[in-house]
Design a protein around this ligand. Sequence first.
Ligand code: NI
Length: 386
Amino acid sequence: MESQSFLSRAGELRGELAEIWHTLHRHPELGNQEHFTSKTIEAELCALGLEVRRVLDTGLAAELIGAEAGRTVVFRADMDALPVQEATGVAFASEIPGCMHACGHDFHVTAALGAARLLAERRDRLRGTVRFLFQPDEEGDGGAARLIAAGCLQGADAVFGAHVSPELPAGTVGVRYGKFYAASDMFNIAVRGRSCHAATPEKGADALAAAAEMVGAAAALRRELTELFGPTVISVGSLRAGTARNVIADTAAMEGIIRTLGPQARAAAVEALRSRVEEIAAAHGVRAEFERRESYPGVVNQDAATAHAEASAVQMLGKDRVLRIDTPTMTTEDFGYYLQCLPGSFYHIGVGGDQPLHSPRFLPDEAALPVAAAVHAQVLYDYLNK
Ligand code: NI
């Protein structure tokens, strides 16, 4: 059985993979500064005979070209670390003060390198091309969008990627159909009224009162949209207005975020908030400028690609170790940019433990490493060969 051989071969490679993981874990680098990481990856890929191309400053695109011509499938691994002081106490803890792989991207890189190794060993039976993307800056400003702009998806047919999850036991895989991660938008509202003595408010236009009503409207809208679309967040995190108790405020400024699941909910939330703000401003005789800044799109998995990943994982691990994730998350992930361009699916690799992502004590279980490498290899191999 081919699937058993990927898994058993990955088991044999566990020690070597763990060594790579530990090396990367000791040397975490923030977004767009992944120089050591990138060099380490490049050396591994070149040793496997892949064609490696440097993209942006620290990104890499590496192709494994099979013996037979066929489709091209992309696998993405992110590389950046976080500004967190590690507190795991392990021997291979971060050697960089205030910087840590607290989101497991070192694990993502290692598992992708493991998959590249497994597939390179089976190159003679591979029909098509696997393109591995090692992506900078997932935590910051969306390295995914910049890799796409640099042409990294050109000629590709599908894209897969994965994230470690401490919520799933080590040795399991989690798949999710449809909406998975939230889209993220930021908004600023600037309200301009007219100040006057607070004893005669009718002579001015109260920016503070209008702003307060907008905050209330945002909360009401959040409830309405959640009824319609499922989990939706509209949060005002900051409101500044007014200078003195006896002066009607002439300006108010608000900052907030919107998190939505799916493009429909996203468009509806932004437009509904914009129009409520305008209505309230008109009722108070003030002017309001609503400014929206788009951040990451949501991750919405394609059904066929998800069914494909699920089938490959089940074939390898058995039904009990492939779990369906039943609730989406309101966190973000820039993998959504790839899914706007290509069919594909993003899944979770269970790594166990009792610490959440981004915790200074987050530590994936090493036992999940060969499983991740084997599952990625199987998903990609099956995609090309079936
Ligand atoms: Ni992450």
